[in-house]
Unconditional design. Structure first.
Length: 102
């Protein structure tokens, strides 16, 4: 009885699935989501702080709180994105001594 898949075909499929799994893990890295959201909201709040009127600043006791909060959010968002870029997630490695399950 002949199998339609040889060992080479099975190994090729396994390596392809492992690469897709690693790509999916990097795509849904929580640092990317948090960093992206903080950058987007930081830009919006910073713009609101730049165009704030004197009345808005007087309501916050003379502090342009939107500007400072927006800049802080931008810094935090860039930190998360840089962290993700500098320390990417390594794909999990299978032990070499265990045979693959069928």
């Amino acid at each position: 009885m002949s199998d339609s898949y040889s060992d080479k075909n099975v190994q090729d499929e396994v390596s392809e699935l492992e690469s897709k799994s690693a790509t999916a893990a990097r795509l849904f890295d929580i640092r990317r989501i948090i960093g992206g959201l903080f950058v987007i909201y930081g830009v919006i709040v910073t713009i609101a702080g730049i165009v704030a009127s004197d009345d808005d600043i007087d309501k916050a006791q003379g502090v342009n709180i939107n500007l400072w909060t927006g800049v802080g959010m931008l810094v935090l968002g860039v930190f998360f994105l840089a962290w993700m870029k500098l320390r990417p997630i390594a794909p999990p490695e299978l032990p070499a001594d265990e045979p693959a399950k069928k």
